[in-house]
Design a binder for this molecule. Structure first.
Ligand SMILES: Cc1cc2nc3c(=O)[nH]c(=O)nc-3n(C[C@H](O)[C@H](O)[C@H](O)COP(=O)(O)O)c2cc1C
Length: 245
């Protein structure tokens, strides 16, 4: 295995950080690594908002359901889907941009994911740890107001970045046979394979929590999909000018 693949397969989210700061030049390199990702139609529809203000960090941690590492990490970045810049420069070019397409939202969300994962890989290769914070979408309107986001910009997730103060185990992923289909989609789930994976995940949680939590992956998914998932998102996106048609 080459060192890049080895690094990727060692990924685990970090939620405890030392107080060591991330240097300005390192942060800049990480963001530039993010920018180097492929981008749909060269649109580059991502904006990053760096949050250093402690009061804003506290408010964002509250939005995220009290996730303390939003406050304690060395750097906290909010990754936004951004079609505003493209609208503005199109107008400067004298054209009338057509906005609000669901396709534009997909472009921006995919671009942001690729950007972020490049940044995360760059961070992990520099000895840093990262945790994505999708829980900012618990209350995207408050985030929008706090960060003064205009229409056509929306916060997708945050990134906690810092030097790790923990060394968690790698979280086991599904066996390849469950996600890799040959030639066409195969909806049948092999019970034996799933049971094996469920046991692996149950064991992972039992070890990680000293026996307090022991949940199979299937149980976890059934719980997740048994609840509504941030049902305010559609209205919020429409309000920001996204995914209207
Ligand atoms: C878009 C996105 C949002 C996430 N949001 C949160 C979050 O709000 N809080 C958190 O602790 N972890 C969050 N995570 C981390 C996932 O829980 C984690 O990646 C997953 O459980 C797999 O664990 P691993 O990253 O350690 O391999 C998020 C991950 C992604 C990709």
């Amino acid at each position: 295995m080459n060192p890049t693949i080895e690094l990727l397969k060692k990924h685990r989210s970090i939620r405890k950080f030392t107080e060591e700061p991330v240097s300005e030049s390192t942060l800049q390199h990480l963001i530039e690594a993010g920018q180097a990702a492929a981008t749909s139609s060269f649109v580059q529809s991502v904006s990053v908002i760096r949050i250093t203000n402690t009061e804003t960090r506290t408010q964002l941690a509250t939005v995220a359901g009290g996730q303390q590492y939003v406050e304690t990490c060395a750097e906290f970045l909010v990754i936004c889907a951004d079609m505003k810049r493209n609208e503005q420069l199109s107008i400067k070019q004298g054209s009338t941009p057509k906005t609000g397409f669901t396709e534009h939202f997909l472009i921006a969300a995919i671009d942001a994911g690729l950007f972020a994962q490049n940044l995360v890989t760059a961070a992990e290769s520099s000895g840093l740890g990262v945790c994505y914070i999708g829980a900012l979408r618990n209350d995207p309107q408050t985030v929008t107001e706090l960060l003064k986001l205009p229409d056509l910009v929306c916060p997708l997730f945050g990134l906690c970045i810092g030097y790790p103060a923990q060394d968690p185990e790698v979280k086991p992923r599904m066996p390849l046979s469950m996600i890799l289909h040959q030639e066409h989609y195969d909806a049948e789930i092999n019970d034996h394979t799933l049971n094996d994976y469920d046991s692996i995940v149950r064991h992972y949680y039992a070890t990680r929590t000293g026996g307090k939590k022991s949940q199979a992956w299937s149980e976890q998914m059934a719980t997740f999909f048994g609840k509504e998932s941030r049902p305010h998102m559609l209205e919020y996106l429409h309000h920001q000018g996204f995914a209207k048609k």
